[in-house]
Design a protein around this ligand. Structure first.
Ligand SMILES: *Cc1c(COP(=O)(O)O)cnc(C)c1O
Length: 459
């Protein structure tokens, strides 16, 4: 009999990744180029320079370099909170009574609570190297803002965070944590920017949206000296940094000769999913693997499952470059739900392209069922999952139950992107049975599609 696989598989410092993996280099069909919204030509580094850090622009536009070295300064910060554990879900397998083997990569052990610190660390490091003194960003559920506040604290950069208003009201502890790390918090929409004022004039009672907070953060970055804007998901360079998740996972599994059959991630903008699957998808694209890949998104914000593959803006004010992606339209403001980190209207162009080309599957789930899965998981495994991550748990449990029926002994791997400690209002709503499920009607979605830019590429 083979040795029992340990519950937690650890990597040594030597085994930790020294390079990020750029999946685009191995895609024969590349994602479509990012377009300048005025000229509709592919953006140049100069176009992006007023908004983004130099090195990040280089990474954003690089679709040929496979391996990009992780600078020592970032490896040092990674060393403070990585590797994150890869865990064999023995107890979940037991209560599901499934022949499947289930593994999950847990990114919630750092204080900010999620995988977002992997990219926040990198982005803050490059900003500091470039001589910038401050950064701006937006945050929805608050995980990105917290991760970036932590990174800016470490690298000594000032940070302004535009936080979606409903979230800032729902999550006072998030706000306090970001402020403790030194960030300045502004509920969005606000009257500190032209974009915010415009939105407030139209809809004074709006709870805000990620798209709207992005408009405000970009505007402030462009107007402020030695300041740039940073984003926590969707963009190519963010997925690149997140590849550290998949690289660590693959090294850990390879030590025991384990090959996942099904890999599952929750999808908001696609960064934890993209990071987890990157090296495995690389093998699939090379014809060396038959693994299936599944994205799980909320039914209330169904970018993959009900969206269109189109060029769209990243923000509500329609100021960002155009990205070709699965989107429900930048004008769509999803109903408030408890997976705030999954409320973005679009999806990474890399993940969108793989979905479009049939390499990636997607499904959507309603939040009460996602929380049923979360509760089952936490009772068995002892870990309190983030509402976002619980979408991946739901996907993994469903696949494990299919194995129970068919008797197949598949290896299921999923990404547990964060902890739920800052999301207790969501668990309270679940416990009190006041949580409801909103599935947008086709008419509601139509409003979002109507906001797609009317350009030749979209016709
Ligand atoms: C932000 C967030 C997500 C969604 O973002 P992606 O870019 O799709 O990964 C998922 N899980 C957690 C815990 C998050 O904080």
């Amino acid at each position: 009999m083979a040795d029992k696989i340990p519950t937690r598989i650890y990597l040594s410092e030597e085994e930790m990744p020294k390079f990020w993996y750029n999946l685009r280099a191995d895609m024969k069909e590349k994602p479509d180029p990012i377009l300048h919204p005025g000229t509709l030509k592919p953006v140049t580094p100069e176009d992006l320079a007023p908004v983004f850090c130099r090195e990040l622009i280089k990474q954003e536009l690089d679709d040929t370099t496979r391996l990009i070295p992780i600078p020592d300064g970032i490896q040092e910060f990674y060393g403070a909170f990585r590797p994150s554990p890869l865990i064999r879900a023995y107890y979940l397998e037991k209560i599901l009574d499934t022949p499947a083997e289930i593994y999950y990569k847990f990114e919630g052990t750092n204080t900010s609570g999620s995988h977002k610190l992997n990219s926040a660390a990198a982005q803050a490091y490059y900003a500091k190297e470039e001589g910038l003194t401050s950064l701006t960003t937006e945050t929805g559920a608050g995980q990105w803002g917290t991760a970036l506040a932590m990174a800016c604290g470490f690298y000594d950069l000032a940070l302004t965070v535009y936080m979606v208003k409903v979230s800032s009201e729902q999550k006072p502890y998030r706000k306090a944590l970001m402020e403790a790390y030194g960030a300045r918090l502004i509920p969005s929409p606000s009257n500190t920017t032209e974009a915010g004022k415009k939105i407030l004039a139209k809809d004074p009672d709006t709870g805000g949206s990620l798209g709207c907070a992005i408009s405000e953060a970009v505007e402030t970055a462009v107007k402020t000296d030695k300041c740039r804007y940073v984003l926590g998901s969707v963009l190519n360079h963010v997925l690149l940094h997140q590849s550290v998740i998949g690289l660590e996972t693959k090294t850990a599994l390879d030590k025991y000769g384990i090959k996942p059959d099904i890999i599952i991630g929750c999808a908001g903008g696609g960064s934890n999913l993209g990071g987890l699957i990157a090296p495995f998808m690389g093998e699939k694209l090379a014809g060396k693997s038959n693994a299936r890949f599944i994205a799980v998104e909320p039914a209330s914000c169904p970018s993959f499952t009900r969206g269109r593959y189109a060029y769209d803006f990243g923000d509500t004010a329609q100021t960002t470059p155009l990205i070709r992606m699965m989107t429900i339209g930048s004008g769509y403001i999803p109903s408030p739900n408890h997976a705030g980190g999954l409320r973005f209207h679009g999806m990474s162009s890399i993940m969108s392209k793989l979905y479009k080309d049939g390499y990636l599957e997607a499904r959507s789930e309603v939040q009460t069922e996602v929380f049923d899965a979360a509760i089952k998981f936490m009772k068995a495994e002892g870990i309190l999952p983030a509402p976002e991550s619980s979408h991946a748990i739901k996907g993994a449990i469903d696949e494990a139950l299919i194995c129970k029926k068919t008797g197949e002994k598949k290896v299921i791997l999923f990404g547990l992107s964060g902890t739920g400690f800052m999301d207790m209002t969501a668990y309270m709503a679940y416990n009190n049975k006041t949580m409801s499920d909103h599935i947008p009607s086709d008419e509601e979605l139509q409003k979002g599609f109507a906001s797609l830019p009317d350009i030749p590429q979209n016709r």
